[in-house]
Structures are given as C-alpha cells and as structure tokens.
Design a binder for this molecule. Structure first.
Ligand SMILES: Cc1cc2nc3c(=O)[nH]c(=O)nc-3n(C[C@H](O)[C@H](O)[C@H](O)COP(=O)(O)OP(=O)(O)OC[C@H]3O[C@@H](n4cnc5c(N)ncnc54)[C@H](O)[C@@H]3O)c2cc1C
Length: 518
C-alpha cells in the first residue's frame, strides 16, 4: 500500500482551519505532489469569536504572503500592544499593563530586581521598564506609517474581526496558494485496517487523504469522536466555562481606539473589551459554578453603560458560549492532528488560542515526514511539546487569579485555595518571594510566555520579591546600569509620545495608503 503523504485534508473552515491551510500551503512547493484540501460544512457555523492575537500573527501573515494593508483594511483590524487589567487585585479601579515589549535591557540585566528593591522609584513596574506603558496610556500607535509592514517601534499583535479574518484567509488560500475547497458535511469517518483514517464520507462522496487535520471546533469530530481521545478537564484550576459575547458600535465614530485588550475583573470572572476600527467586541467570561447567566447579563449591561456605551445592551442579545476548560489527552493520533478548538480551549484570557493554532500548523509544516511510517515519531514529539505548552498556558492564566487579594466573592477566594493551584506554580510562587523570574529560568527556548510576562503580571499585581542585591560583588555597578536603563526608558517614552501618531489616525492611513514597503 502506498504510504507517501501527498494529500492533506483539513476538516473545518473556522480560523483554525483556514490559518492551518495558509501555513501549510505556504510551506510546500506547488509543483510538489503535496496537495491541501479544506472541507467545511455549509451549515455548521464557525464559532465567530477570537478577536485578539499575539505578535506572532505578524510573522505568520508575512510568511503566508498577506499584506498588512490588506489585512488591516479587510478585517477592521487594530494594533494590540498588550492587555490592560482593571480590578484584578482588589476589585477597585486599580490597573496594570501586560505589554508585549520586553523590559529594557532584558537579556542583560533583570530590572525587576531593582524595581523590587525600590531603587527605580515609585513608578509601576511596566512604566519603569518599558516606554510602551506611556504609549498605551496616550492611545498612540506602536509605529509610524514610514515603518515597513509588520516591522515596529514597539511590539504589537492585533485585534480583528474573526469572521472577516476567516474570509480573508480563505480567499488567500484559494486564490493565491492553490488550496482546494469542498463544502459538505462529514457524515462518516472510515478507518483502514491499521487504524489510520482512510476517508471522510460526505453527500458528495468519499474524500481520501494521507494526513487529516481536525479543525472541526468544539465537536472534535476526528480526534474526539472518531479516535475517542478524551479531554483532560482543567476546571478545577481555571473555573470559567461560559462567555456572553456582544458587539457594540462606538458612540463617537471618531473616538480614540484602545490599543490594548481591556480585561476588567468582575465578581465571578472578567469582561473583555476589544476595540476594532468600526466597533467594539465586548464579553463577559464567567464560572457557572459561581454565578448565572441572568446575573451576568445584568452585569454586562452595566459594564457597557459605564464604559462609553450609555445605552448598555439596549436591544442587543449577547451570544452565550459554553465550554469545558481543558485539552485533549493527545493532539496527534495516527494520521490525524487536532488544531484549534478541537484540540482544546481554556478561556480567552491572554488570547492564547490562535497562537497555538499558528504554532501547531507551523510544527506540522516543518516536521511532516514524506512517509507515513515516520508519523509516530513526529506525533510523539508533537504531543509532548503541546502538552507542555498547554501546561504553561494553564499555569500562566492561573497566576492572574492566585495573586488576587479579592475577598468579595467565593469565586476569588476559591481561586486561591492551594488545592486549585498547580504544584509547579505553588513552588515557583514560593521561590519568587525571594528572587525575580528571568529568562535564564526558562526550561525551553520556545516557552509560550517569556519570564517578562510573568514579571508584568507578578509586579502589576503588587507581588513583592525580597531580593538581596547587596550580597553580590557587582551590586553597585549593576545598580548604576539599572539607573541608566531607567533613564533611557524615560527618554524613549518622551520621544515615542512626541512622534508616534494616534492609533486611529495610523489605522486610517495604513488601510488607505499602506505602510512603507519592506
Ligand atoms: C468566548 C471566546 C473568546 C475567544 N477569544 C479569543 C481571543 O481573543 N484570541 C484567541 O486567540 N482565541 C480566542 N478564542 C478562541 C478562538 O475563537 C478559536 O481558537 C478560533 O476561532 C478557532 O476556532 P476553530 O476554527 O477551531 O473552530 P470553529 O470556528 O468552530 O470552526 C469549526 C469548523 O468545523 C466545521 N465542521 C464542524 N462539523 C463539521 C462536519 N460534520 N462536516 C464538515 N465540517 C464541519 C464547521 O463548519 C466550521 O467550519 C475565543 C474563544 C471563545 C469561546
């Protein structure tokens, strides 16, 4: 029997399916025997949410050949410089940033140690170590028009309209990258004698393939239903299992556009607030064990009324999305790999779902063997790598909750119970009481969240690391270096806030004139 991997079938036409199709098709030479076909249901809708990305999306779009101008104009996209958290520590109006730019001099010196020792003054951690704080506060863009596509002054990802993004990816994959497209419902999955998937049955006939990518969303038709790979539930660590999502227009069409995702804590979860060019995407994420839908509808209405949309929910009825936080026990089984919601979903805090799609599809593209006999080795490596990535996402998301001092509801109190905190995180928190995380601690070079992200959350939440700098011989020299870097951050902040354009202005120009060419 022929064991060559020539025909790749992607099941599902949501963001995961079309991103995967683009990434794979951009990798393989069109004159090679490798073909890519995406099959999607004409009747089952996509999830239609997922509006925040990581900076990694810039290199993904560049690699697949989509211009940033087209992307920004087609998807109503805006530039995301990080997340602004409100109310997570005490439930008041206190805020902190998790910006995408690393602390200044991060690879040379751990500025967090100096900030904790009080030698960097009284500014918040993010303001002390990166000019991105001031730029976000001023509502400015992370670059100027003269800076080429996908390049930046300050690191950024995007906010985008999920439906328009999937459509752009589809048109690009079909028009430019030679992906084939079939609209049909899969009614049966047929295995071969060895257990590999042989074909998918639809009303149009049989679709044979050598490798199948399951992007069928929460249904997980191949990995979950066909192979029976169970979900490892994580709701004992991260409780949120519901979301109410709504879209609202800007009250003032010329209002400034937020350049960060706003994540505002409420009594049993948090609200996301994402500014696109023409509307906001707003939602409440919550734990059904701690509150109910009606209470959250009232709370969401109130959030809108107090955040620039006085009419609140008005006649809009938010969509309720239910999910079980967790991920598949395996992501790759025989000749099938699950990518996107079919692989798992935790909650949208820190927007880690699309980046997992990018990373998964890239791994498949890089490591796909030509012959099915070698699939087992690649699958084992993939499973180990992505299990580690899920573990880190869970740990990092939990950090946001475990540092809270809120005592107003059981939700926040339950989040701090040691039984709900992964052992690794408990051990790290103990260590961080006396030293600051740094990039040298990272076990892998490709960690999902760099030590800088841990620092922004820890010190944004006013965690204190009692570091003893004076025991080191070079303490004085390093202290001087830290002071110098701090001064440079202030100078950069002054320059950026003078020269960078308002976010809305840059977007309007980028969508019409475009950035400088690379
Ligand atoms: C509330 C919420 C907020 C989120 N926010 C973010 C965020 O800010 N950032 C982020 O990165 N991610 C976010 N996500 C996750 C993100 O939405 C998803 O990872 C992303 O949309 C990918 O979804 P998908 O393509 O896997 O699934 P879907 O969009 O559900 O697509 C599934 C596809 O499978 C097809 N299909 C299903 N059954 C069949 C069948 N029998 N035959 C043929 N086709 C079939 C469907 O037609 C559809 O095309 C969020 C998720 C939720 C729930």
């Amino acid at each position: 029997m022929n064991q060559t991997i020539d025909h790749i079938i992607i099941l599902g036409g949501g963001t995961a399916g079309w991103l995967t199709a683009n990434i794979l098709a951009a990798e393989f030479d069109p004159s090679s025997p490798i073909s890519i076909t995406l099959l999607e249901s004409p009747t089952t809708p996509t999830i239609g949410v997922g509006e925040g990305t990581w900076p990694s999306m810039r290199s993904t779009l560049l690699k697949v050949g989509i211009s940033e101008q087209d992307f920004i104009s087609c998807c109503g996209a805006t530039l995301k410089q990080g997340t602004l958290f409100t109310g997570w520590r005490t439930g008041g109006d206190e805020t902190y940033y998790h910006p995408f730019t690393l602390p200044h001099g991060f690879m040379d010196i751990n500025l967090a140690e100096y900030w904790n020792s009080g030698v960097l003054g009284k500014q918040s951690f993010a303001q002390a170590v990166t000019p991105q704080f001031d730029v976000c506060e001023a509502g400015l863009a992370p670059k100027q028009l003269q800076i080429p596509e996908y390049a930046f002054s300050l690191n950024y990802g995007y906010h985008l309209d999920a439906g328009k993004f999937a459509a752009l990816l589809r048109d690009h994959a079909l028009g430019k990258l030679g992906v084939k497209h079939i609209l049909a419902d899969v009614t049966h999955v047929q295995s071969r004698a060895d257990g590999d998937i042989d074909f998918l049955l639809t009303a149009e006939g049989k679709l044979h393939g050598d490798l199948f990518v399951d992007c069928s969303g929460f249904r997980s038709l191949l990995m979950g239903e066909h192979f029976g790979v169970p979900t490892e539930r994580k709701d004992s660590v991260l409780f949120n299992d519901r979301a109410l999502a709504v879209q609202v227009p800007y009250s003032d069409p010329n209002a400034s556009i937020a350049t960060t995702t706003r994540a505002t804590a409420h009594q049993a979860g948090w609200y996301w607030d994402i500014g696109l060019q023409h509307r906001r995407g707003v939602g409440a994420v919550f734990s059904s064990r701690h509150t109910d839908e009606d209470t959250m509808l009232t709370a969401l209405n109130q959030y809108l009324q107090t955040s620039g949309h006085p009419s609140g929910l008005d006649s809009a009825s938010p969509r309720l999305i239910k999910f079980t936080p967790g991920h598949r026990k395996f992501f790759w089984r025989r000749n099938c790999v699950a990518i996107g919601l079919s692989a798992g979903f935790i909650e949208p805090l820190e927007a880690s779902a699309l980046v997992l799609v990018e990373l998964s599809a890239r791994r498949v593209a890089e490591q796909l063997p030509r012959n099915r006999h070698q699939l087992g080795t690649v699958a084992d490596r993939f499973n180990a790598e992505f299990k580690a990535r899920w573990d880190q996402i869970i740990e990092f998301l939990k950090l946001h909750y475990v540092l809270s001092q809120r005592t107003d509801t059981d939700y926040w109190i339950d989040h701090r119970k040691p039984s709900s905190v992964p052992d690794d995180l408990l051990a790290k928190l103990e260590e961080w009481r006396f030293r600051c995380p740094w990039h040298q601690d990272e076990r892998r070079v490709d960690e999902m969240f760099p030590a800088a992200s841990y620092q922004y959350v820890l010190y944004g939440m006013e965690f204190h690391s009692a570091v003893e700098l004076s025991v080191r011989r070079d303490a004085m020299a390093k202290k001087e270096k830290a002071a110098l870097l701090l001064k440079e951050v202030r100078q950069q902040a002054a320059q950026f806030t003078t020269h960078l354009p308002p976010h809305r202005q840059l977007l309007e120009q980028a969508a019409t004139v475009g950035f400088a060419s690379r």
